[in-house]
Design a binder for this molecule. Structure first.
Ligand SMILES: [Zn+2]
Length: 212
């Protein structure tokens, strides 16, 4: 059962990280229904929901063309940088951008900022969050670095195994990333561990209809 002090953090559910995107992750889009379900369950409990996005400049050392590892992806204000069209966010969700500087990789959500240039850690402190539930794209980069940073900051962390997929530049990168996160102190969970909140309060006066 979720109580206060908990928050959801979803990394980079963006078009460029889904199949057909500039840096498409195999089955990256398949996590969206689970992400939506987590978002709904946290929002129903009035728990904060944080979503990060890669928000790169056109020229950055992050890209292969300028000395980095990656093809050009998630250039700010382009179609590929938009959230997946099936992602459903409540208006209270807090969007944080990262990788805006031309020298930054910024894999970790702890290098992401909201519109007022407030960083994730600062915002979590304001909300009094002590436990983070982290999923998104990709397991072996932004999720891993966010989880490891969260643990360093002293948060209790759960990796949402059914709401994350890896890039897997090497085939076992995601498996290895999960191993590293667990070794550093993270726990894991899936949607089955969080009960959905019923839409309407159950009416006690309504008795079951007899079966015919
Ligand atoms: Zn990036």
């Amino acid at each position: 059962m979720l109580k206060l002090k908990k928050a959801l953090l979803i990394a980079d559910p963006q078009i460029d990280f889904c199949p057909g995107g500039a840096l498409g992750i195999k089955d990256g889009d398949k996590i969206i229904p689970a992400v939506n379900a987590y978002v709904r369950r946290f929002a129903q409990r009035q728990l904060p929901v944080f979503i990060t996005r890669d928000w790169h400049p056109r020229r950055t050392k992050h890209f292969k063309a300028y000395g980095g590892v990656w093809p050009r992806h998630c250039v700010h204000d382009t179609k590929g940088a938009a959230f997946h069209p099936k992602l459903r966010l409540p208006k209270e969700a807090i969007v944080l951008s990262k990788g805006m500087g031309p020298e930054e990789d910024s894999y970790s959500a702890f290098h992401a900022y909201d519109n007022n240039h407030k960083g994730l850690h600062h915002l979590l402190q304001i909300f009094g969050v002590t436990e983070l539930y982290i999923g998104g794209l990709a397991t072996d980069y932004c999720v891993k670095y966010s989880v490891l940073d969260a643990l360093k900051y002293g948060y209790k962390v759960y990796v949402l195994l059914d709401a994350t997929k890896g890039v897997n530049l090497k085939p076992r990168d995601s498996v290895e990333a999960v191993r590293q996160m667990l070794a550093a102190g993270a726990g894991t969970m899936t949607l089955a561990d969080i009960a959905p909140v019923p839409k309407k309060p159950q009416r006690q006066e309504k008795s079951k209809r007899p079966r015919h």
